[in-house]
Design a protein around this ligand. Structure first.
Ligand code: XMP
Length: 429
């Protein structure tokens, strides 16, 4: 193994993620684990040089105080306690705290500053090979950043033993399914099962206008299609998931409340219970992107803007029709092209169009035309809980408008949504 590691044991401290990032900033890999890490789990962690017991305000769970596992205390490795069992809390000053961490990591633990993407990838490849042996692994490859990076890493680790399934639910952006097939099947040589389930999804969604109902149908159908594909394959024992660290925190650890549940491939039936392979689960989003670049994925795939699971389904407002969905997909593609041309793809967090189920009067070729509007949404945010509207230069907005109303069938107006969140959510449904 190439990397040394400092393990942060979560004893209810609020800053475990921050401390992990600070240790990594010193050049030493670090992982966060629950307080009750077992001896077996600890033995499977490579390169551990020391522990940080991170106590804090959430250290009493269900009436009992969280204690560090015996395995940790008996490991013989250095332990640094903060805000736990009489140990002082972290100093507030950044410099002081950095000094403390530096002294512990380098002087006490004698860790080497050998954390970098190349070493991380090499170590994870080794760990995946150990876990999987000569067995087969299944992966739902959405084309999003996390699953794409995971697929690229697993291909390096186990090549042919990996089967990727890409389900096109018909609600992806223009060019996305094609890019997934090109990059993974043709460029990287992956076993890729491509399922065009567009008709299935759109038939199920026909006439359904309620946004929550639409989301439920899309989620449930996705699992059904994936399950069908999984049953066609034989001898699969593992399921790879692109879980990353913020997903774990948001789904709720013992010391953190649930923000929202994340199920990359949730809800598979019991008889399809696979063991999970999650090699990027300790990474933060920027690190996942760096891993993607190091693995040779195209930059536009690695820097893709966030895209909701139900995809264009929540932007084709009300009951989805194929013609309006097509108008949405085309107008979104134009927006993305023009944003890229203007360099706005680097500065705006999320940008897309919405096509409501509403027509207005317009004029085209000297005749009245009743067509839909396309609404532009472009927001910046840190955590998607609130969002702001950045200034988009007028010439860019004019150019986008001109192209959409001339190139997209069925759109005769373009509107720009100036509403921050709150009061407007980012998506319209
Ligand atoms: P809202 O609309 O709630 O969106 O302001 C916040 C962020 O979450 C994304 N979003 C979703 N992502 N499934 C997802 O995977 C969903 O159902 C969903 N709804 C919203 C949205 O794109 C934005 O980034």
């Amino acid at each position: 193994m190439k990397q040394d590691m400092i393990v942060i044991l979560d004893l209810g401290g609020e800053q475990s993620a921050q401390i992990a990032r600070e240790v990594r900033a010193l050049g030493v890999y670090s992982e966060i684990h629950p307080n009750d890490l077992t001896a077996q789990q600890l033995a499977a962690l490579p390169g551990v040089r020391g522990f940080i017991l991170n106590g804090g305000p959430n250290n009493v769970v269900d009436g009992a105080a969280l204690e560090p596992s015996e395995a940790v205390l008996q490991s013989g490795l250095p332990v640094f306690a903060a805000d736990y069992d009489g140990a002082p809390a972290w100093p507030a000053g950044d410099a002081e705290r950095k000094q403390m961490l530096r002294a512990f990591v380098f002087d006490t633990c004698k860790a080497e500053a050998n954390w970098n993407m190349k070493n991380f990838i090499a170590d994870q490849i080794e760990l995946v090979r150990r876990q999987v042996g000569d067995k087969k692994v299944l992966l739902a490859l959405s084309g999003g950043v996390d699953s794409s990076v995971l697929a690229a890493l697993l291909l390096r680790a186990i090549g042919d033993q990996l089967t990727c399934v890409h389900v096109n639910h018909g609600l992806l952006r223009k060019g996305e399914p094609e890019q997934v097939v090109q990059v993974f099947r043709h460029n990287l040589g992956a076993n890729l099962v491509y399922v065009d389930a567009t008709d299935r999804f759109l038939d199920k969604l026909a006439g359904v206008a309620d946004p929550e109902q639409k989301r439920k149908i899309i989620g449930a159908e996705f699992i059904r299609v994936f399950e069908e594909e999984a049953r066609k394959l034989s001898g699969i024992e593992f399921l790879a998931q692109g879980t990353i660290y913020p997903d774990i925190v948001e789904s709720g650890t013992k010391t953190n409340k649930v923000v929202k549940s994340h199920h990359n491939v949730g809800g598979l039936p019991e008889d399809l219970a696979f063991e999970l392979v999650e090699p990027v689960r300790q990474l933060f989003k920027d690190e996942v992107r760096a891993a993607g670049l190091a693995l040779g994925l195209p930059a536009d795939m690695v820097y893709r803007q966030p895209f909701p699971g139900p995809g264009l389904g929540v932007r084709c407002l009300g009951a989805i029709t194929r013609d309006r969905l097509e108008a949405l997909r085309e107008s979104d593609a134009i927006l993305r092209e023009e944003f890229a041309k203007a360099g706005l793809d680097k500065t705006v967090w999320q940008y897309f169009t919405i096509v409501p189920d509403l027509k207005s009067v317009g004029v085209r070729d000297n005749a009245r035309c009743d067509e839909w509007p396309a609404i532009i949404r472009a927001v910046n945010t840190v955590d998607a809980m609130t969002a702001t509207i950045e200034d988009i230069p007028w010439p860019v907005l004019h150019a986008i408008t001109q192209r959409i109303v001339t190139e997209v069938k069925g759109i005769n107006r373009v509107c720009y949504d100036l509403t921050p969140k709150p009061t407007g959510t980012i998506e319209w449904e």
